[in-house]
Design a protein around this ligand. Structure first.
Ligand code: NAD
Ligand code: ZN
Length: 263
C-alpha cells in the first residue's frame, strides 16, 4: 500500500524536531539486497528449521548442520550489496539525523554502505571462537573453512569453532545490548526499519524508547504487533520509503531555513 504524502510529511517533521535519532534495523532492510528475511513466506526459517540449524544446543551436539546453513548462505552474504535503504541511513547520518544504527543483521551491509556507528545486536560472522576453550578465530580463517565446506576446529583443543553470531539460546553480547539500551532510553526518535519485532530483547528497544518519551517511526511492508505505539507507520519497502522520507526532510529543512532567513 502506498503511503499518503501526509504520512511521509509527518515522518519528516518528526525528523526535523529530533536532535538524537537512532535507527533499529532488522532482516527486512536487506531483503531488497537479495537476502531473504527469516519469517516472511520464502524466508530462511521456512527452509531451515531453526531448532536443528541455529540453537546453541544443536550446534554443540552437531555443528555440521549449522555449518551447512552457513555454507549455503555464504555466497549470498559475500556478494550482497547495500540497497537504497542502507544508503539513506548513511545520508541521514551526514545530515546529523542518525547517531547510530542498531542492527539485528549479520550481513555487514550497514558497514559496507558507510554507516559510522553500527551496533550488531546479534553478533557477526567476521570472527569466531572455540566453543570449549574460547580460542579466537579470525575472519580469513573462517572464510577458508566455509569455502572448503569443512567444520572449523580449534587449533589448541580440536573442538568446533562457532562464529560470533548469536544463536537461539545464547545471550546477546552484553556490551552491545547495554549501549543499545542506553541509546533507546536517550534518543528522541527511533527509526525502526524492516523489523518483525518478534525477537526479544531486540524488540524491547522501541518499547523502551517509547516509554522514555522518544518518538517512533516504523517502516515495514506489513503490520507489526507494536504499530499502535508508533507515532508514524510508513508501509512499504524500505528501499522505496526511506528515500521519500529523506527527500521530504530535505524539502522541509530547506523551506525552514529560507523562512528563517526572511524573518
Ligand atoms: P524477521 O524475518 O523476523 O522480520 C523481518 C521484517 O521485515 C518482517 O516484518 C517483514 O515484513 C519485513 N520486511 C520484509 N521485506 C521488507 C522490505 N523490503 N522493507 C521493509 N520491511 C520488510 O527478522 P528480524 O525482525 O530482523 O529478526 C529476526 C532475526 O533475523 C534477527 O535475529 C537477525 O539476526 C536475523 N536475520 C538476519 C539477516 C541478515 O543479516 N540480513 C537475514 C535473515 C535473518
Ligand atoms: Zn579450543
Amino acid at each position: 500500500m502506498e503511503n499518503s504524502q501526509e504520512e511521509i510529511e509527518a515522518g519528516a517533521r518528526i525528523l526535523m524536531d529530533s536532535k538524537k535519532v537512532v535507527a533499529l534495523t532488522g532482516a527486512g532492510i536487506s531483503v531488497e539486497s537479495g537476502i531473504p528475511d527469516f519469517r516472511s513466506p520464502g524466508g530462511i526459517w521456512t527452509r531451515y528449521d531453526p531448532t536443528i540449524y541455529a540453537t546453541l544446543e544443536s550446534f554443540v551436539n552437531d555443528p555440521s548442520k549449522f555449518w551447512s546453513l552457513a555454507r549455503d548462505l555464504h555466497p549470498l552474504l559475500e556478494t550482497a550489496e547495500p540497497n537504497l535503504a542502507h544508503l539513506m541511513l548513511v545520508e541521514l547520518e551526514k545530515l546529523g539525523k542518525c547517531e547510530a544504527v542498531i542492527t539485528q543483521n549479520i550481513d555487514n551491509l550497514h558497514q559496507k554502505a558507510g554507516s559510522g556507528v553500527v551496533l550488531e545486536l546479534h553478533g557477526t560472522f567476521r570472527s569466531g571462537k572455540c566453543v570449549r576453550c574460547g580460542e579466537k578465530c579470525g575472519f580469513e580463517e573462517l572464510e577458508e573453512f566455509t569455502r572448503k565446506g569443512s567444520i572449523p576446529r580449534c587449533g589448541s583443543c580440536g573442538s568446533p569453532i562457532k562464529p560470533d553470531v548469536v544463536l537461539f539460546g545464547e545471550p546477546l553480547p552484553p556490551h552491545v545490548l547495554k549501549k543499545a539500551s542506553e541509546l533507546a532510553q536517550t534518543c528522541d526518535l527511533m527509526l525502526v526499519v524492516g523489523c518483525g519485532l518478534e525477537v526479544f530483547p531486540a524488540a524491547s528497544l522501541p518499547i523502551l524508547a517509547h516509554r522514555k518519551g522518544g518518538k517512533l517511526i516504523f517502516v515495514n511492508v506489513v503490520k507489526t504487533a507494536y504499530d499502535h505505539i508508533a507515532d508514524v507507520v510508513l508501509r512499504g519497502k524500505a528501499g522505496e520509503v526511506l528515500p521519500k522520507l529523506v527527500e521530504e526532510y530535505r524539502k522541509l529543512s530547506s523551506t525552514g531555513a529560507s523562512q528563517r532567513r526572511h524573518c
